[in-house]
Ligand binder design. Structure first.
Ligand SMILES: [Zn+2]
Length: 271
């Protein structure tokens, strides 16, 4: 099995996957559990579902942090169940799934891993059953999970999962550890506001979409870097800075900053 459970607070588990250094989550209540993200294809989803069943027999609900394939293409393994997601996640899945499927199956073929490519090709896209348009509280029995739509950032439909009783928040890819944030198709100018929203919760533990769980100090540093990228994008947009200078001044590698500069053209500010 690809992954190991790490308990970040009582009854709050993070599954650390080798593949893409992805995190999925499991929140245990007294009457139900919540699975956060479902991995990248039907095979991976089934592995995750089996790993959850080794921990608990409780009925599950699923919540998706966003529509990207590595977080959402494994949902079929959990059916039938409620699938909660930002109201724009379903449309984003419908619009973006084929492009994700093509790009990532090519990626895995190039990596010499045809079976993963085939599993992505075969994944059945499951639309969310419960679109979220404002804060939602899910009662898991003895504990409540808060689903909070975030400001535009990594996508236009990132959803935070906040557990106030243990001060843990799952951010999806709004926060990344171990690699720079992924800007392709993102909203670089608004992203810092979304991360401020994370910090305003005053979490003790922040579970990023990829990488090790982190603390608030880490998130504050990432916020400063994201703010710097937003500033550089705005400067380039206003014609006060050329692209090469922006790439040089960015806290992130060139290809990441290039994605940010590209994204900001189609996804302008939103606050
Ligand atoms: Zn993502």
């Amino acid at each position: 099995m690809d992954g190991r459970w790490v308990e970040v607070a009582e009854g709050v588990l993070v599954r650390r996957h080798t593949e893409l250094d992805l995190n999925t989550g499991l929140v245990l209540g007294e009457t139900g559990c919540l699975v956060i993200d479902t991995r990248g294809d039907g095979v991976q989803g089934a592995e995750l579902a089996a790993a959850v069943r080794e921990v608990t027999p409780l009925p599950w609900r699923v919540v998706l942090t966003h529509a990207h394939f590595d977080h959402s293409f494994g949902s079929q393994a959990f059916e039938p169940c409620e699938i909660w997601a930002h109201e724009r996640c379903g449309p984003a899945l419908a619009a973006g799934a084929e492009a994700d499927r093509k790009a990532w199956s090519e990626y895995y073929r190039e990596q010499g891993r045809p079976s993963v490519a085939e599993a992505i090709q075969a994944a059945r896209i499951v639309p969310p059953t419960h679109p979220v348009s404002g804060p939602v509280e899910l009662d898991l029995g003895g504990r409540v999970a808060h689903l909070l739509p975030a400001e535009f950032g990594h996508t236009d439909h990132d959803l935070l999962v906040w557990l106030p009783d243990v001060e843990v928040v799952f951010t999806g890819d709004l926060v990344e550890q171990g690699a720079p944030p992924a800007f392709k198709g993102s909203w670089p100018l608004a992203w810092p506001t979304a991360v401020q929203q994370v910090l305003e919760l005053k979490p003790a533990v922040v579970v990023p979409g990829h990488g090790e769980p982190v603390d608030r100090a880490f998130v504050r540093e990432q916020l400063a870097e994201l703010s710097r990228v937003a500033e550089l994008c705005a400067e380039v947009g206003a014609g006060r800075l050329d692209r090469a200078a922006a790439l040089r001044k960015s806290p992130y590698p060139e290809d990441f900053t290039a994605d940010a500069l590209e994204s900001v053209r189609t996804n302008p500010g939103h606050a």
